[in-house]
Ligand binder design. Structure first.
Ligand code: CP3
Length: 353
């Protein structure tokens, strides 16, 4: 497949413009977790699917929920509906989602746990997800970009080793300290499999990629280097070799002062910033690194709504004016977000000229 040059694709899909070097006003916008339980139509499709993972593995229904926020709000980008835990699930570490409690996995505790993973088992699940990507590319409006994604190896490993979400990622951090060779082997498997997964998403029609490292902020700086920066750098360089122009966004949530270092060292094209990053620091990050910056409205402010929401949106837009910037939240939309507040936000961002 001969890829269309980025500059040409960006002429049709404004989300891609900042990656082609252009600062836009109003900036392109989309929201993390823009498809989800805050939308009644999502809850309906989710009920039809029967379970969250069945929804992820049903191309027709997964494409439908991806399109729902695009129909309502006309965002500049859609994001494939799936989950970062598809990767361990496809590798043979079965994932279950317990209602109201989040994901559950049989934890990998040592080297013998690693031997249960099968790198060659991912074919069917990855191709099912990629069928969603190709359906979407034909069903989306031509002007809407499609973002493919995966979890970063570190964040995915925290679930694989801990067996569930946690506030401190202690199980994975401890394995990384006590058994670094075993942990490195797990990370290598995740790097290989994630590159394979993202490559298939690009082949199926993804316009850009985002790597979610939601727990990057729990690591000491030397560990951040080894488990966040190094594996991401390998992933970016391998993807870049195959797809020189595909924009890649990193989301090292909580990386704070290490964000510029992350941006330079990994070679990502853009960095997504969490809410705690000062807007002045987001502007500096853009200026110092020359990368695209995305973020970072507080998702809770989108629940609150009102004039506080408007004022903060204006502050962020003003700070990022003239820079290669994509409007987004600092983390995913919360379940109890009123859909009308999202409409208010979109209107406010689009007003900016
Ligand atoms: O719209 C989109 O952003 C695309 C879909 C998407 C989902 N999860 C759907 C989802 C994306 C990009 C993700 C990423 C993801 N998944 C991350 C990284 C970003 C982040 O939020 O930090 C992580 C850590 C996960 C793992 C995960 N998935 C957890 C911990 C949970 C349970 C918590 C919860 O909100 O219930 C999920 C479930 C999940 N993933 C839901 C959705 C819409 C809700 C499940 C449901 O409908 O029952």
């Amino acid at each position: 497949m001969r890829a269309e040059p980025l500059a040409e694709r960006a002429n049709r899909r404004r989300f891609l413009k900042p990656f082609a070097g252009e600062a836009l006003s109003p900036p392109p916008m989309w929201l993390m977790r823009q498809a989800g339980r805050y939308l009644p139509e999502y809850r309906e499709t989710r009920a039809e699917a029967g379970s969250f993972l069945k929804l992820c593995y049903s191309p027709a229904l997964a494409a439908e929920v991806t399109l729902q926020p695009i129909r309502r709000y006309g965002f500049d980008a859609s994001i494939l509906f799936s989950d970062i835990l598809v990767v361990p699930d496809a590798l043979g570490q079965e994932v279950r989602f317990v209602e109201g409690e989040g994901p559950r996995l049989d934890p990998i505790e040592d080297a013998s746990g690693l031997s249960r993973l099968n790198r060659n088992a991912t074919g069917e699940k990855y191709s099912t997800v990629c069928e969603t990507v190709s359906r979407l590319r034909s069903e989306l409006p031509d002007e809407t970009a499609l973002i493919g994604f995966c979890g970063a190896p570190w964040t995915v490993a925290t679930y694989m080793v801990g067996g569930k979400g946690s506030t401190d990622q202690a199980a994975a951090r401890l394995m990384a300290y006590k058994h670094p060779d075993t942990f490195q082997r797990l990370m290598d498997i995740l790097v290989d499999s994630s590159v394979d997964y993202l490559s298939q998403q690009v082949e199926a029609g993804a316009d850009a990629l985002q790597i979610f490292d939601s727990w990057a902020g729990s690591l000491a700086d030397n560990q951040f280097e080894r488990w966040v920066v190094a594996p991401t750098r390998v992933m970016v360089s391998r993807l870049r070799e195959k797809y020189p122009e595909i924009p890649i966004l990193g989301f090292p949530r909580g990386a704070d002062q290490l964000s510029a270092h992350f941006a330079r060292e990994t070679g990502v094209d853009g960095v997504s910033c969490n809410t705690a990053m000062p807007v002045s620091a987001m502007a500096e990050l853009a200026d110092q690194t020359g990368k695209v910056v995305q973020g970072n409205l507080d998702p809770l402010l989108l629940v609150a709504g009102g004039s506080q929401l408007d004022e903060r949106v204006d502050e962020i837009l003003k700070a990022m004016q003239g820079r290669k910037y994509i409007f987004n939240l600092g983390h995913g939309i919360l379940q109890y977000t009123p859909p009308e507040n999202v409409a208010r936000l979109v209107e406010r961002v689009r007003r900016a000229a």
